[in-house]
Design a protein around this ligand. Structure first.
Ligand code: HEM
Length: 212
């Protein structure tokens, strides 16, 4: 029998809080960032990160109870919309995580979809990810960029803490591909190419340097 896909819990905290309170007790892979900027794209701000602040990501195999200083958090899940061919194609072509360094950028985008999205049946939601006459859809758009942009999708909608976002999306790329990343965002947000985005009611970007 195949092993189930790994599950991970990911927490973004401000680095000072992480060092003071948690570092001794917690077993996690730690990654360090410096915040460059943040932009509210739609809806309200759900987290505050000021330019120049240091951020730590805890990447864990199990949830951590009682963390106080979490700015954003989510966990990985099984696929819901990619079919087997898309899954295999994306696995073959997708960029791997980048090493920390002066030219490595990371962007975190928490997203919330509206009540109308969550009322849709599975087949209705699935249809938004694939092409149909007049639209490309999320997966087709994303496939064009997958080789240059490392991505990780985290879910938060059913977390006990009830955060004000459904997803925490995380991306890495080489600084030279910044314009490709902004083009990708533009295409996903183009509601003709990708009508799924009509259902997005909150979206905020955090631009970072991955430093360690
Ligand atoms: C880098 C290229 C990208 C590719 C190849 C890609 C591909 C995909 C695929 C295949 C899924 C469905 C996963 C499943 O089966 O459950 C998905 C979900 C999702 N992606 Fe992307 N994506 C890309 C970029 C982005 C970007 C830039 C954003 C945010 C601005 C984003 C936000 C999301 C969200 C929020 C979901 C979950 C949607 C839901 O479950 O309702 N993706 N993506």
């Amino acid at each position: 029998m195949l092993a189930p896909p790994p599950r991970n819990w990911v927490y973004f905290l401000n680095s000072a809080a992480e060092e003071l309170r948690h570092s001794a007790q917690i077993s996690a892979r730690r990654t360090h960032y410096v915040v460059e900027s943040s932009v509210v794209v739609r809806g309200e701000s759900v987290a505050s990160m000021v330019a120049g602040a240091e951020l730590t990501r805890l990447f864990c195999d199990s949830p951590i109870a009682g963390l106080n200083d979490v700015l954003l958090a989510g966990s990985s899940q099984h696929l819901q919309y990619a079919n087997a061919a898309q899954r295999d194609h994306l696995a073959a072509v997708s960029a791997k995580e980048f090493s920390a360094g002066a030219t490595t950028r990371a962007v975190i985008i928490p997203i919330r979809k509206n009540a109308a999205w969550w009322r849709l049946a599975h087949d209705e939601r699935l249809a938004f990810f694939n092409p149909s006459p007049g639209k490309e859809g999320h997966t087709t758009i994303g496939e064009r960029y997958a080789g240059r942009i490392f991505r990780q999708l985290l879910h938060a909608r059913y977390d006990a803490a009830k955060p004000p976002y459904d997803f925490v999306t995380y991306f890495e790329f080489n600084e030279a591909d910044t314009s490709a990343f902004t083009a990708l965002l533009g295409e996903l947000r183009d509601e003709t190419l990708n009508p799924e985005w009509r259902y997005v009611e909150m979206e905020q970007e955090f631009w970072l340097r991955k430093v360690g």
